[in-house]
Design a protein around this ligand. Structure first.
Ligand code: EPU
Length: 422
């Protein structure tokens, strides 16, 4: 397994292209199941999670061809011949559960392994099941698998989610496109990935209104047709790289970056002393003075501060002037990066879902590792501002969500390389 070695850095300068969104692509790919005609995604990110989704769709009988070095995913589901999403694939990646809604809608039945817990929390599927049952599905748990069927077909219904879950909204939205009649999803998630999915489904002939608000209305249609869709910019990759000059100084332009995707995050950066300005090609980010200021943050569903940027922001607060309080409201166990940052000299106290970070002047390089993607990248950022060398192991977490991270950060002057473990 590879490691990433980072050495403390001076100011950064240059441009970083931002890829298509992992979390949008992972819900757009299962949308292929909804139609017999081809669905082609452009601006796809080149990540191991996308390969896992490819393997899953192929196991169901879909054809998935990766073109242009993985930037284009051409899919066709005219011949689905398996309706079982196997535990061995689903356990690798929770987003595998996004085939459930589309399979139920297209085939009338589906068997999907429950993903189980993951490093950041238990992550149950009760809201997915609630919504699909409202649409008339009968769902039973047997041997760790959800057995779902809709013998008379799905029927539109009104429902209110107890929490604005991203995955549940996506599964229900996809299923509702082929249900008979009107579906209303209240307290729906408003994330840009939901809007991107709705855009793609509309291009396939679906009738959807209200995506991007908390009430989505879907008018079911008999069939969906083929389409070509461009995946939206990855707002989490964008936010992560927006932090790079906050750690090291300098000025970096994020190509393809859009302010509407990171508004609440950019507001916190401004309070910390980091300028974010819109350019023709994206967003430009620069640190105003040598040291950033402590800022409190609470994670919330979109448009609030994203949980997927909490670890990276905590790493920055470790070297800020003053004390900051970070509250994690989305996942119950998303502070695994704290003990690793402490090994680098950070001063952090965690109590339940609250972390108090007392900024120190300088972090020190160390051997660290993390058990999830965003935690891993927070350690790379911390290493870029630390004295000496930081070695981040278990790089496969990074490869799930960051395309060629060492090339992208290296191109703006970061001292970062990938090495083979002994
Ligand atoms: N939840 C339930 N029941 C459900 C569904 C969710 O209790 O049926 C809870 C979860 O346990 C969690 C909260 O609701 O505590 C939020 O979960 P949500 O369903 O919104 O998240 P998700 O769809 O599982 C997606 C992203 C995550 C991102 C979250 C929140 C994908 C593939 N994953 O997960 O991305 O953190 O939304 O924005 O879209 C990442 O990229 O690093 C990542 C973890």
């Amino acid at each position: 397994m590879d490691s990433i070695v980072v050495r403390g850095n001076g100011p950064l300068k240059g441009q970083i292209p931002i890829a298509g969104a992992k979390n949008a692509c992972l819900t757009l790919m299962p949308a292929t199941i909804l139609s017999e005609e081809p669905l082609t995604l452009t601006n796809a990110p080149r990540l191991s999670d996308i390969k896992t989704m490819t393997t899953l769709l192929q196991s169901l009988g879909a054809e998935v061809t990766s073109l242009q070095d993985g930037k284009v995913q051409a899919m066709s589901s005219h011949n689905l011949d398996n309706h079982v999403a196997d535990y061995d694939i689903v356990r690798k990646m929770r987003a595998s559960n996004l085939v459930l809604g589309p399979m139920l809608a297209r085939l009338g039945h589906a068997v999907v392994s429950l993903p189980g817990g993951c490093a950041i929390g238990a992550r149950p599927m009760d809201l997915h099941i609630y919504g699909l049952e409202k649409l008339g599905a009968e769902i039973e748990l047997k041997d760790g698998y959800l057995h779902a069927k809709a013998p008379g077909g799905l029927k539109g219904a009104e429902m209110e989610l107890a929490f604005a879950s991203v995955g549940a909204t996506e599964n229900i939205l996809m299923a509702a496109t082929l249900a008979k009649g009107t579906t209303v999803i209240r307290n729906a998630a408003r994330e840009p990935e939901i809007v991107d999915l709705a855009d793609c489904l509309r291009a396939m002939g679906a009738q959807i209104e209200g995506d991007g608000t908390s009430e989505i209305v879907v008018q079911g249609v008999d069939r969906l047709h083929g389409a070509t869709h461009q995946v939206v910019t990855d707002r989490i990759e964008l936010g992560t790289f927006m932090l790079a000059p906050a750690f090291c100084g300098g000025e970096v332009e994020l190509l393809g970056g859009r302010m509407d995707l990171v508004q609440s995050f950019a507001e916190k950066l401004d309070l910390a002393g980091i300028d974010v300005t819109e350019t023709k090609a994206g967003l430009k980010v620069a640190r105003r003075s040598d040291r950033v200021k402590a800022v409190d943050v609470t994670t919330e569903p979109f448009p609030g501060f994203p949980t997927d940027l909490q670890a990276q922001f905590m790493a920055l607060m470790c070297i800020a002037e003053g004390t900051s309080v970070l509250e994690e409201k989305i996942f119950e166990n998303r502070f695994m990066h704290a003990p690793e940052l402490i090994r680098m000299g950070a001063s952090i106290e965690v109590h339940g879902g609250t972390a108090t970070v007392h900024g120190v002047e300088q972090l020190k390089g160390a051997r660290v590792m993390a058990t999830d993607l965003r935690a891993s990248v927070s350690l790379i950022l911390a290493g870029m501002a630390a004295e000496g060398e930081t070695v981040v192991s278990r790089v496969y977490h990074l490869d799930r969500g960051y395309e060629r991270i060492e090339d992208k950060l290296g191109a703006v002057g970061a001292h970062i390389e990938r090495v083979k473990d002994q």
